[in-house]
Design a protein around this ligand. Structure first.
Ligand code: NAP
Length: 281
């Protein structure tokens, strides 16, 4: 029996176990995926413990995506550039960190709403962990990324971290109506990576909604609620919209590719996730 799991704190809300275990069952893979609550002081022991117990790999979630880095022996280029790890592979004595958030985001965007990044302009709202992964992924392509964030120097830091690898240097936009209005006119795709719109802020938008036009394609990576105020407004205006379910599924798919080089049954993962989210409503 192969062992996998996810470390985080809190962890009981994580939807990863149901997604992965449903996929294992569907293809009769003898593996189990468990949620593991870890205290920050025990992070090193938790990773060494998983290695000693023969885990194939683990996922890493909030608040440890950056904090695990000192305990790894190798990192992929994506993880190093983004500065975040959501997937670990144990291989012999090596503990290899990778991030699948950016690739998962792009694959979901292509599969669900047919957006190929090449030649497009994107406005990314936010500069936290998810924004870093998404902006890095997009900037591997010949497209223009605009960044804005409540704390502007975080967006500036992200832009400068991507400068060496980006095909086109990301442009930072002040979080003010006039600046945003100009950027929004330039962009076809608007991506919310901030936490604004989740339960505690469900009546708020991360962005002045009157700037939207029906030509925009709007992606909100929040998956609970399934439709944030931003997405609802965009949908009613006639925009193409996408929520965060696809990113969550495809980052898990990319983790299978990293652990085993195989693609899981994606439809099974989508269904398991949708059932779980529906039961929480
Ligand atoms: P994070 O690193 O903590 O970043 C949070 C971001 O939200 C920052 O840019 C922060 O701005 C901004 N923000 C928070 N409260 C705000 C407010 N009241 N007004 C304006 N901006 C605010 O978090 P993260 O890991 O990037 O996650 C962000 C969101 O993405 C969460 O909702 C998470 O659930 C979602 N997510 C989804 C997936 C998926 O697979 N669908 C994966 C990862 C994350 P400051 O820099 O100014 O604080």
């Amino acid at each position: 029996m192969e062992l996998l799991g996810v470390i985080g704190n809190p962890i009981s809300h994580s939807l990863s176990p149901v997604m992965h275990n449903s996929a294992f069952q569907a293809i009769k893979k003898t593996a189990v995926y468990v949620p593991m609550l870890v205290q920050e002081d025990n992070l090193s022991q938790a990773i060494q413990g998983a290695k000693a117990l023969g885990f194939t790999g683990i996922n890493v979630t909030v608040p440890f995506k950056e904090k695990v880095i000192p305990f790894l022996t190798q990192m992929t280029d994506d993880a190093r550039i983004v500065g975040s790890v959501n997937t670990i592979l144990f291989q012999g004595q090596e503990i290899i960190g990778h991030t699948t958030d950016g690739a998962g985001f792009q694959q979901a965007m292509e599969m669900e709403v047919g957006i190929n990044p090449v030649g497009k302009s994107f406005l990314v709202l936010g500069a936290g962990g998810a924004a870093r992964a998404i902006a890095h992924q997009l900037s591997k392509h010949d497209c223009q990324v605009y960044l804005t964030n409540r704390t502007l120097d975080r967006a500036q830091r992200l832009a400068s971290d991507l400068e060496a690898t980006a095909i086109k240097k990301p442009i930072v936009i002040a979080n003010q109506q006039q600046e945003l209005a100009k950027a929004v006119q330039e962009c076809q795709v608007i991506i919310n990576t901030t936490s604004v719109g989740m339960e505690a802020t469900k009546d708020q938008s991360p962005f002045p909604l009157d700037l939207l036009t029906q030509e925009h394609q709007v992606i909100d990576i929040i998956y609970n609620p399934a439709e944030t105020l931003l997405l609802k407004t965009a949908r009613e205006l006639g925009c193409t919209v996408q929520n965060g379910v696809g990113m969550l599924v495809w980052q898990a798919v990319k983790a299978w590719e990293f652990w085993w080089g195989i693609t899981p049954p994606v439809d099974v993962m989508y269904q398991a996730l949708k059932n779980s989210l529906a039961s929480q409503e």
